[in-house]
Design a protein around this ligand. Structure first.
Ligand code: KG4
Ligand code: ZN
Length: 349
């Protein structure tokens, strides 16, 4: 079955064509960063306007890259949950129009479920249960993934997501947007022990996170250096900041791995592209006798292949109807009360 998937949660316009959940025939991500660079962060209105312009070219490019014609698409999948409402609405409206025009089924997918499946695209034999750390700009969760469509929340951030704090630091340092990759690059050249930054909630034994104290601490550090007219050691600040974030993320994964009898943790979402996190967690995993699985970089940040893969396991081959009543929501929990998500309960949405 050939699925065309659309993902427009944030500032990216992503379209993928995927056969049978794993054969990624094309994976297009178009991003309009110029406006966001100017403002040092995502401006929701500008993101949605750009997506309105970029979605048709992205669909055309995805079809061309896959050497597939529109009439060969068997079904559609779209993120209709989690992200910026105007942005998701652009993707959902396009998916509904295509569904009606082609008279093929359309399946809604939660953005975070998509990120969970970004680790499964390339690894269909992923063992269950496994732990999933999913960290991006808009979410920061630890989940126990019991089986396809069955996830239990272990912990989440009580305030900021790690990616958001990376973006804020980059903005303050004038590095542009998105900040994560830029801070990551600078961190590789700096001294991670140059500044002693807090590791909030690191030893509390829970799987919850808090990054706002770290954000305040690094902001105060920069304020103090500026006030004293001292040069800003950007690389050392980036390295010290990254060390604090990675220490917390790794410590929380270790807590989760102790709670869940699992042999694998998957790490997904934009921050899973972080070089410091990838190397430290891999090292800790081999030390503690479990496996840390990171998707390829193209599947770490937002993409539509992960939406198609999730749709495959939610049974898109059995989906019927064009789903013209499909809604969009910016902040829907992953399942009832945000605690347990069961695809069975949500079928027919
Ligand atoms: O998954 P994603 O594309 O969108 C959301 O769901 O939020 O993640 C984007 C986030 C941004 O905050 C970006 O700065 C961060 O992921 N990010 C990184 C890196 N690459 C992307 N953070 C740290 N290090 C990176 N290499
Ligand atoms: Zn995302």
């Amino acid at each position: 079955m050939i699925v065309l998937a659309i993902e427009t949660a944030c500032d990216d316009t992503a379209v993928a064509i995927v056969r049978d959940g794993h054969d990624v025939m094309s994976n297009v991500v178009l991003t309009e960063t110029i406006a966001h660079e100017r403002f040092g962060g995502i401006v929701p209105e500008l993101a949605a306007r750009a997506q309105l312009e970029l979605l048709t070219p992205a669909i055309e490019q995805a079809l061309a890259d896959a050497s597939v014609k529109l009439h060969q698409i068997d079904a559609l999948a779209v993120n209709n949950r989690h992200g910026l409402l105007r942005s998701i609405t652009v993707g959902v409206a396009a998916a509904k129009a295509l569904s009606l025009a082609l008279n093929i089924p359309l399946m809604p997918i939660h953005h975070i479920e998509g990120h969970i499946y970004s680790a499964i695209i390339e690894n269909p034999t992923m063992p269950w249960p496994h732990v999933c750390l999913t960290v991006a700009g808009g979410h920061n969760l630890l989940l126990q993934a019991n089986s396809h469509g069955e996830y239990q929340l272990l912990g989440r951030t009580l305030d900021d997501a790690a990616g958001e704090v990376y973006d804020k630091l980059a903005r303050r340092l004038g590095l542009g947007f998105p900040g994560g990759p830029k801070v990551d690059k600078l961190a590789a050249k700096g001294n991670p022990t140059a500044f002693d930054l807090p590791r909030p909630m690191i030893g509390d034994g829970t799987c919850d996170f808090s990054f706002s104290g770290l954000k305040t601490a690094v902001t105060r550090l920069l304020d103090d250096l500026e006030e004293a007219s001292q040069p800003i050691p950007v690389e050392d600040i980036a390295a010290s900041f990254q060390a604090a974030v990675v220490d917390v993320l790794v410590a929380k994964v270790l807590v989760a791995m102790r709670k869940v009898s699992a042999s694998v943790v998957t790490v997904t979402g934009g921050v899973s592209a972080n070089s410091g996190l990838r190397s430290r967690l891999s090292e800790m995993a081999s030390h503690h006798d479990f496996e840390a699985f990171f998707p390829s970089l193209r599947y770490c940040t937002d993409n539509a292949a992960m939406i198609a893969c999730a749709a495959h396991y939610r049974g898109i081959e059995h989906a019927v109807g064009t789903n013209e009543g499909l809604d969009a929501s910016s902040n829907a929990p992953l399942g009832e009360l945000g605690v347990l998500y069961s695809s069975k309960k949500q079928r027919g949405q």
